[in-house]
Design a protein around this ligand. Sequence first.
Ligand SMILES: Cc1cc2nc3c(=O)[nH]c(=O)nc-3n(C[C@H](O)[C@H](O)[C@H](O)COP(=O)(O)O)c2cc1C
Length: 384
Amino acid sequence: MGKKVLKTKLCDMLGIEYPILSAGMGPTLIGESAGAPVELVVAVSEAGGLGVLGGAGSTVDELQKAIREIRAQTDKPFGVDLLLPKHLDVGGAMGMKGIDQVPLSKILERLPKSHMDWFHKIKKEMELPDVEIMVRMNTTTMRPKESIQVCIEEKVPLFCAGLGNPGFMVEDAHAVGMKVLGITGNQKNARRMAESGIDLLVAQGHEGGGHTGRIGTMVLIPAAIDAAYPVPVLAAGGIGDGRGVAAALAMGCVGVWIGTRFLATKEGGALDINKQKIIESTDEGTRVSKAYTGKTLRASYNRFHDIWDASKLRPLPFPTQVLLSSALLASFIEADKTAYVGGLAGQVSVLIDEIKPARQVLEELVEETVEILAKKLPENVKVQ
Ligand SMILES: Cc1cc2nc3c(=O)[nH]c(=O)nc-3n(C[C@H](O)[C@H](O)[C@H](O)COP(=O)(O)O)c2cc1C
């Protein structure tokens, strides 16, 4: 079979062959590796899509190293995704300016007594081991200004902001030839971000893995396209095969931003147990909870969701809740209590039943999409 052609104006904007981006995916837990590591980025970009590095859990130095490793392995365009907190001096705000890392047990002492009493109760009842994790205070999320500077110095082709509005950096990015992408989960933010001058907008629906909003993809896409016009929109949330890509393009998107399907690949950075949960998942296999980060986040269903709900505790504000959940989840993993572990994943897990190389996933997405748009639709739908 000859090579397929699937092009939109996104391909011209970014200098890529297919309008398919692998989503930026950071770590689930403190200490876990990113869901979208260098290997995944290189594989997707080399296959003709655009791979986006999940830079959220790395230190600023690791970010720079990863960008240079990508460049050493491919001359194709790629992206970097960071989470930009509202406060651009997070370390300072936490009274930890200049400190690089702190044992998690030391910070846990500062959490509310109600939450710590619950934490100790669960550990005792389930006979969980103590696991010490070092909390890094020098991650890109804690040091957003320096991290953005690194991306600009390295002239990363596409900067993606997974959280926050990157409008403030557009001028500096454009000055070195970079493009800037924002992500929204509702129409109001789509309008706000488009007005701030970004080049591209991802509209991620409720179905998506990781932090997610309340609006389903089917409604959000047209609403975001209308609100963001003339800024081009990419669809995200629930896209796992060519049917999803074809639908997004038919609705007017210039491309797609795919997380869970690329996470469940050979190169995807999730723990094996979390990849396995995606493969075994039904359509009811994920759940939105504030248990992990304090914000609504979709992950593979597991019993951590149940014990958190039963606690009746209010989630701590983002990112403090991450400290509590990471401490417990690290103990569950150490104790091999896999029923209590599940990584970030979207509803699309139901469509995924095999871990494949990322290149194969991308090629199949392209083939299926072309098949539908070029052949199947006319057979099924009569139009004049
Ligand atoms: C494991 C995992 C980690 C994620 N981490 C991030 C992140 O660090 N930054 C971000 O912008 N989005 C993150 N997301 C959301 C994805 O970028 C993307 O929007 C989402 O996965 C799309 O929905 P899908 O999973 O249905 O494809 C994450 C998603 C997953 C599954």
